[in-house]
Design a protein around this ligand. Structure first.
Ligand code: SF4
Ligand code: SF4
Length: 441
């Protein structure tokens, strides 16, 4: 039996149902799914989870999933970054196929069971407290950035010993003024002659945009205002992606409830919601509705949320844009996993093609970073290994500019490019920065 011909669907995540946490049932489901994967093996080169699984089966006494220990099953889960690529790009057996296979959400279920048993590591729990960490880091940005910089021989070995954070991994520096405190003075009024005058967009700044890198946010407000869009930037809270990675379902549901309540009056008043970070957009559009299916505000928010590139491309079609100046440049575009997982096609490519003379080229491979997963000592070498094909492909055309919609993938890919023996570009930023530059903003 081969793949389903119907459009893939995803089930509601029954995290409030006790049966979901039944360990015997989970073990049986892992073995059922892993056995299907053993017979299929399409995903052999997507990440490290599948090679770990296939090697374990091949080296087992009877070459059967039944031979694997619980620890071997867990090692497959631990290597998963929840990038969603197996579900989105490879698997022919996703629902409504009768095999009913959703590999990433099965990994999530395993993590949720472990989280409820108190087995989430100290470092994973502390790093997921994004608001606290961001506020503290911004308050003491100078000292924090000195301490967290790779190459600091005093602090980074200690961080590796205490928190398990690999001393070679890039950690994002903190802004001393968070984006929403900078923004009021920097958000231009809407251009009354812009073709999109009358449209309103709230930019949802994710934690990285708010506390670590204001560049994409400031580029987006300028591009939108220049085209007539009325803009505001909000950061009501973290979207909960790091909690999701930990399997902390209650924490994610709480974030979904609070943030959707924050945006509800604005949506009623005609504002569109544009998250700056692809992972946040994925949460708002696709994961939250499966976690809080009974919350109307969550469901409404998912329908009014647009990824940055998706929003600009839609504006270009619906209202037109102020003409962009010619900018001949070879641009390598990393198609981040959580942009791909939004099932909207490579919108960054479409957006960059709006720039006359620009020649964007797409790289559809995972950077290997996987949220906070890639910074841990036990994962960093794997994160570099997984990212190498993407890094090689990005540099193949000797591009003038390299971009990624994922703010964590960009700096990680710079490290992988260097590991490949090439000189990385000065910055791998968001594609919206290129549009702002072409506009001369
Ligand atoms: S979600 Fe990504 S990392 Fe996890 S198993 Fe699938 S492809 Fe691998
Ligand atoms: S997730 Fe699907 S496509 Fe990938 S190995 Fe398993 S069965 Fe095959």
């Amino acid at each position: 039996m081969e793949g389903s011909l119907e459009a893939p669907t995803r089930h509601v995540i029954p995290w409030q149902d006790e049966a979901w946490y039944d360990e015997a049932a989970l073990d049986a489901e892992l073995r059922r799914v892993f056995d299907i994967c053993h017979g299929c093996r399409r995903c052999f080169n997507l990440c490290d989870s599948f090679p770990i699984l296939f090697d374990a089966i091949d080296e087992s006494p009877n070459e059967e999933v039944e031979d694997l220990s619980a620890e071997q099953l867990a090692s497959v889960v631990e290597a998963c970054t929840l990038c969603d690529m197996c579900f989105m790009t490879k698997c022919p057996y996703v629902p409504p196929h009768s095999f009913d296979l959703d590999f990433p959400h099965l990994m999530l279920r395993h993590r949720a069971v472990e989280h409820r048993k108190g087995n989430t590591s100290f470092a994973d729990r502390e790093l997921a407290k994004m608001e606290r960490n961001g506020k503290l880091g911004s308050m003491v940005a100078g000292a924090a950035n000195w301490a967290t910089k790779e190459g600091n021989a005093l602090t980074r070995p200690v961080m590796e010993a205490v928190m398990g954070i690999d001393k070679r991994a890039h950690l994002p520096p903190f802004l001393d003024t968070r984006l929403t405190n900078q923004a009021p003075a920097l958000v231009p009024p809407p251009n009354p002659d812009g073709p999109a005058f009358g449209r309103k967009a709230v930019i949802y700044a994710g934690c990285h945009d708010e506390f670590n890198d204001a560049t994409p946010g400031l580029a987006l407000v300028k591009v939108l205002a220049h085209n007539g869009v009325k803009v505001r930037i909000d950061h009501p809270d973290c979207c909960g992606m790091p909690l999701f990675e930990n399997g902390d379902m209650k924490g994610v549901a709480s974030a979904a409830d609070r943030i959707s309540a924050h945006f509800a009056p604005m949506i009623a008043d005609g504002w569109d919601i544009v998250p700056l970070t692809t992972s946040c957009a994925l949460m708002l559009k696709f994961e939250w509705p499966l976690i809080e299916p009974g919350n109307e505000q969550v469901q409404t928010l998912s329908k009014h949320t647009f990824d940055v590139s998706e929003f600009i491309v839609a504006l270009a079609k619906q209202t037109g844009l102020v003409p962009i100046a010619e900018m001949p440049a070879a641009i390598s575009v990393h198609f981040a996993c959580h942009a791909r997982a939004q099932n909207m096609g490579p919108k960054a490519m479409e957006m960059l093609r709006l720039i006359p003379g620009a020649a964007p080229a797409l790289t559809e491979r995972c950077s290997g970073h996987g949220g906070k997963w890639g910074i841990f000592a036990e994962n960093f070498d794997r994160a570099v290994k997984v990212g190498k094909p993407a890094a090689r492909n990005l540099m193949k055309t000797e591009p003038a500019i390299v971009v990624s919609e994922c703010p964590l993938a960009g700096p990680h890919l710079r490290q992988v490019i260097a590991a490949n023996g090439q000189t990385p570009p000065e910055r791998i930023g968001h594609p919206i920065e290129v549009v702002a530059k072409a506009y001369g903003l």
